[in-house]
Design a binder for this molecule. Sequence first.
Ligand SMILES: Cc1ncc(COP(=O)(O)O)c(C=O)c1O
Length: 451
Amino acid sequence: MTSVLSRPCTPFAPVSGTDLQVPLVQGGTCTYANFDYAASAPALAAVTDRIADLLPFYSSVHRGAGYASRVSTAAYEKARVTVADFVGAQTDSVVVFTRNTTDSLNLLAGCVPGDTVVLDIEHHANLLPWRDRRVVTAASTLAETIDRLEAELAAKPAALLAITGASNVTGEVLPIAELAALAHRHGARIVVDGAQLLPHRRIDIAALGVDYLAFSGHKLYAPFGAGVLVGQRDWLDLGEPYLAGGGAVRRLSVDNTEWAPAPQRHEAGTPNVLGVAALAAACETIAGFDDAAAQNQEEELSARLREGLAALPGVEQLHVWTDAPECVGIVTFTVAGRDPGEVAAYLSAEHGIGVRDGQFCAHPLLARLGHPAGAVRASIGLGSSSADVTRLVDAVAALVDCGPKWNYTEDSGWWNPVPDPRPFPDLVDGTAGVGSPCATPADDQRDVTAG
Ligand SMILES: Cc1ncc(COP(=O)(O)O)c(C=O)c1O
């Protein structure tokens, strides 16, 4: 394989799992090569350190008078400022902590006073929540797609344009500032689904003109279950409280409810203090990186992966647009004659490589791109190395040249090596194979769509 890299790349930052040894079906073990960052990224070492430091102080937040409660409350509330700074939010913006991007977009959907315009390329999390949604079909060029959005917004007023920052299927990056200006020209606001953009690019929402931003901690190297919705206060203060319960009201009598303003209005119940602290730690750590160097390394690794796959016969990479100027480190491909599930099972079982297969919760896009049965997605992150990329390209090349060395069968949508002798570690019962790892009589029809 010809390399486009001028130097070998080691992981850009320490993350959990880079030395993980995984079993192979043919016997022995190898170091896990993680190409599934776009689904959930491993924890930054700085994040796990922060959580270990905070754990002794972990306690209830807001109402507790104890010292540990005060420390936990301070960590939780300071995280709002850290997150707001990280994304360049206006000083009067509200930061609401949620579980993830899906939660954030559902929350906002309950506050939108009118129609929402979306593209058909979106993740289901940015399609399904919008109650009055108008879906615009993307064209084969980004320029024509933006014209179509403009025509839709001009034809009929909408309250919101909901757009992803980067496609979770192809990695293509959208021109956020241009789309924000477009929305505002037509009297709409803009929300950016930052789930895939933020792990790869710094963003300044005030400078870009973004009204709302949603993202997930678990994709931003803080896999402890917190997400964010940040943006303008007025809709969030007036909208339906997302969760009704303790903490969301100013005053409550049997006959009358006086809801609190945002963010408390939407954060009823005991919040995820450790998740929020982890997310803040991730934001602080990433803010300290040399952005240009991180982006440069990711682009080198992506280029090498794209170039390596492009040289293989029968391997096709997916793109939405012919004129997209920029991609984050997500490369999605198909292998002629092979089910994506089989390719993913082969990469895992014979090469210790973790990728994602399926439709990535983007059914309309995969169908329109002519791949309703899905594809294979390899995503790169801060722990990726050039050695990982070489392993992936070589493994796909071996599959194309010689086929798999093991048998693979599909059972209820799950492809598995047969037999699968790989043991799970003691902390989990069972072996790695035989149907869905979490199959139960009720869920044995695998959702091959999850992304
Ligand atoms: C672009 C995009 N938006 C939204 C989501 C949903 O994120 P979460 O599952 O963290 O809610 C994902 C998840 O893969 C995504 O890729």
